[in-house]
Design a protein around this ligand. Structure first.
Ligand SMILES: NC(=O)c1ccc[n+]([C@@H]2O[C@H](COP(=O)([O-])OP(=O)(O)OC[C@H]3O[C@@H](n4cnc5c(N)ncnc54)[C@H](O)[C@@H]3O)[C@@H](O)[C@H]2O)c1
Ligand SMILES: O=C(O)CC[C@@H](O)C(=O)O
Length: 416
């Protein structure tokens, strides 16, 4: 069988991977033919990022890179974004969608890593291990049971009962904890967990509160002064979600005056862009506070899984037009073995768009063998499998691009 001819050959497709994305992504993309690949170990600041994005077709980032509207404006060739993370708050998803750019992520490849870290931190905090370890390193012998607690029988309050929250609840119950959760949508209860009617009801009953919500407008400063003071005296707070969720000054004050007995924080409102930059936080120097550099999902296993998962989604989009797993885009799952000459049309979700698109092919007397179509509120995504010949394809593409309401049109490949 004659091989497909991609409208843009793979060695011309420029891929930029930032923030030390795992080798598994590079291996998968190279094996799929994407060899024009640049990998940097760190995030880029605004100006450097805008410059670096010029001429790039696919970009891969983690949590630090901010892809705002100006970045998309500068990215003159960008086809797709891969967030090698769960969170996608670092990307202006609407700006990407308006330009016809799907954004992919890895929704649960590091779930277990975050849940395991949280369990470890609960034990460490209740036993006050960190200050005693620091003391022992400094020559102190603090052999005492005072202030050291078992986790069995304590109440864990989980805020955000999604993938991580539910995984954590399973592990915590196995250790004998009573688990409460608060989520703003109805959730299946795992094990013996119980939902609370409000956030404050959860805060008032929990010995440990662990946050697992995304960064959104509704979670910004969700745990402020009032919420921290609503926690039980002597309770512990863990934030392995996003830095914007907790007011760190209020938390520092509650730890210093003894209202809370400890905290573990992995995420911060402002985080250094690379390992070379200094990290500053109001929590530094407070006893029984575990500070970690946003490594909740940073295990070798998770990073390897994330690398392969997101790279696969980028390759599938570039190779066959599949948007399965996109977080800002209508999702179209396509057959792995495509046939015919394939066009992609990203359109405003307006009445009559599909008809106008089909008219182009009917005027050109080109048969549409299959059509895959999905819309969301703003955007429609169409993949057309046609009998167009090499000779017809470019002219058809020009006509498609001229349809009012077209965001982007692409000839994916021609079957010769
Ligand atoms: N520290 C890390 O390295 C790390 C790693 C992975 C994920 N995360 C963060 O953890 C977050 C949660 O991850 P997940 O995989 O469990 O996500 P998820 O989407 O599966 O779960 C999030 C849950 O929060 C709930 N929620 C959202 N807004 C809420 C609100 N205002 N009030 C109450 N509940 C609300 C949702 O309904 C959902 O059930 C991610 O969005 C990410 O920001 C951090
Ligand atoms: O790898 C990172 O930068 C952290 C990612 C983590 O916060 C996530 O959202 O998955």
């Amino acid at each position: 069988m004659t091989p497909d001819k991609l409208s843009l050959s793979k060695d011309k497709i420029r891929v930029l991977l930032l923030e030390g994305i795992n080798d598994s992504a590079v291996t998968l993309m190279r094996a799929a033919g994407y060899t024009n690949l640049t990998r940097l170990p760190k995030a880029l600041d605004r100006e450097a990022l805008q410059e670096a994005l010029q001429g790039v077709h696919m970009v891969g980032i983690r949590s630090r890179t901010q892809l705002d509207a100006a970045a998309f404006e500068a990215a003159d060739r960008l086809l797709a974004v891969g967030c090698f993370s769960v969170g996608t708050n670092q990307v202006d998803l609407a700006a990407a969608r308006d330009r016809g750019i799907p954004v992919f992520n890895a929704p649960f490849s590091n779930t277990r890593s975050v849940a395991e870290l949280t369990i470890g931190e609960i034990v460490m905090l209740l036993r006050r291990i960190v200050p005693r370890s620091v003391g022992a390193h400094a020559g102190q012998w603090d052999k005492s049971a005072v202030g050291s607690l078992e986790v069995r029988g304590k109440t864990l309050g989980i805020v955000g009962y999604g993938n991580i929250g539910t995984q954590l609840s399973t592990l915590a119950e196995a250790m004998g904890m009573r688990v409460l959760f608060y989520d703003h949508t109805d959730k299946l209860r795992h094990g013996n967990t119980e939902p609370t009617a409000s956030l404050h009801a959860l805060l008032a009953q929990s010995d440990v509160v662990s946050l697992h919500v995304p960064e959104t407008e509704s979670t910004a400063n969700m745990i402020g002064e009032a919420e921290i003071r609503a926690m039980k005296p002597g309770a512990f707070l863990i934030n392995n979600a996003r830095g914007t969720v907790v007011d760190l000054d209020a938390l520092a004050a509650a730890l210093r005056d003894g209202h809370l007995k400890g905290a573990a924080v992995d995420v911060f409102p402002v985080e250094p862009g690379s390992n070379a930059e200094a990290f500053v936080s109001p929590l530094q120097g407070i006893e029984n506070v575990i500070l970690t550099p946003h490594i909740g999902g940073s295990t070798e296993e998770a990073q390897e899984r994330i690398g392969a998962e997101v790279a696969r989604k980028l390759v599938d989009y570039s190779d066959i037009g599949s948007t399965a797993g996109a977080v800002n885009f209508p999702q179209v799952q396509l057959p792995a073995r495509p046939t015919g000459t394939r066009f992609i049309h990203v359109q405003r979700n307006l009445p009559g768009m599909l008809g106008r698109l089909n008219d182009v092919f009917s005027r050109g007397q080109v048969n549409i063998a299959a059509q895959f179509y999905q819309t969301d509120g703003e955007v429609g995504y169409v993949v057309l499998e046609t009998d167009a010949t090499d000779a017809d394809a470019e002219a058809l593409l020009t006509e498609i691009r001229a349809i009012p309401g077209t965001i982007r049109a692409r000839l994916l490949y021609e079957r010769r």
